[in-house]
Design a protein around this ligand. Structure first.
Ligand code: NAG
Ligand code: NAG
Ligand code: NAG
Length: 272
């Protein structure tokens, strides 16, 4: 019994953040032999990474194309700390003698709120590794909020790449672990400290600095309600025709003392 508690304690200390991508829905472009689960995108978030071969059923496998895309949908916006990627290696070290190595060079990792990487944050773009230096397990920090982690690689016609690079790319990943907090509104190594500013919705995972205020609040520390006449998420909505302009709810825009003559509805937007 005692040993069990010690183990859990050590594990929690070594691994304070949780893998919020585990068993979440995943997708890859150009799956190899579509319908064959051995090559499915979801293998990358199944927690298994003991067999990094093509047919071991623990990796995503694609056809070689000019672009490769794989993503995981964490289903809600999460506060992320770092991302770890296990490339497919066929259970051999990566390096010049492993033919898989050249396909990995040039990869990038994004966090986004949609499946469009360009709407998100670029966490890492490889323009540094060579056949000799690329690691089989790669970790990048990415302390942002987002719902999708997207792996991308490309070989564009007409673009000149370093000599080490392959002609085509693949989304052949065996595991992607996205370490962060299971719920938003908390920060710190164990995700146990509430964001310091009471009206903060999303704060920095390490420092607690507010990134986004709760609906109806604004300013650096979210201490201010929306300005008179505005309300809602990031105070982007404009109040309707309230009888008293300062009696519009900062949160949902309801006119608390009713509408101006000639207007109706909760938001007093319907004219007569
Ligand atoms: C991601 O997951 C959410 C929640 O389950 C779902 O509503 C959304 O449609 C998913 N996105 C995609 C692109 O499948
Ligand atoms: C996702 O949306 C949240 C809330 O609006 C925002 O704070 C965050 O920066 C967005 N993430 C990315 C990667 O754009
Ligand atoms: C660049 O590659 C070297 C190994 O050659 C590695 O030690 C270093 O961390 C890499 N830098 C980045 C920013 O990935």
């Amino acid at each position: 019994m005692y040993a069990v508690f010690v183990c859990i304690g050590v594990f929690a200390f070594v691994n304070g953040y949780v893998n919020v991508a585990l068993n979440k829905p995943a997708y890859q472009q150009y799956q190899y032999q579509p319908g064959d689960d051995r090559y499915d995108a979801n293998n990358v978030v199944d927690g298994r990474k003991s067999d990094l071969s093509r047919d071991g059923g623990q990796c995503a496998v694609s056809y070689g194309k000019q672009t490769a895309t794989w993503w995981v949908n964490m289903t809600t916006i999460h506060s992320i700390h770092h991302i770890t990627i296990y490339f497919r290696t066929n259970n051999k070290p990566l390096g010049p003698s492993n033919y898989l190595t050249k396909y990995v060079l040039g990869f990038s990792v994004y966090v986004s709120n949609t499946t469009d990487k360009l709407q998100g944050t670029l966490c890492y773009k490889d323009d540094n590794f060579t056949l000799d230096t690329i690691p089989a397990v790669f970790t990048t920090a990415c302390p942002v909020h987002g719902q999708y982690v997207i792996f991308y690689n490309e070989r564009r016609p007409g673009t000149i790449y370093p000599g080490d690079y392959s002609k085509y790319v693949f989304s052949d990943l065996c595991e992607v672990e996205v370490y962060g907090c299971p719920t938003t509104g908390y920060f710190g190594f164990n995700c146990s400290v509430p964001c310091p500013d009471v009206n903060c919705q999303y704060c920095h995972i390490e420092t607690g600095t507010c990134h986004v205020c709760k609906t109806g609040y604004r300013s650096y520390r979210c201490e201010l309600a929306c300005d008179k006449g505005s309300y809602g998420s990031q105070c982007k909505e404009i109040c309707g025709h309230c009888r008293d302009t300062d009696q519009c709810s900062n949160i949902n825009g309801t006119c608390l003392t009713g509408c101006d003559a000639g207007y109706q509805g909760n938001l007093c937007r319907t004219g007569e």
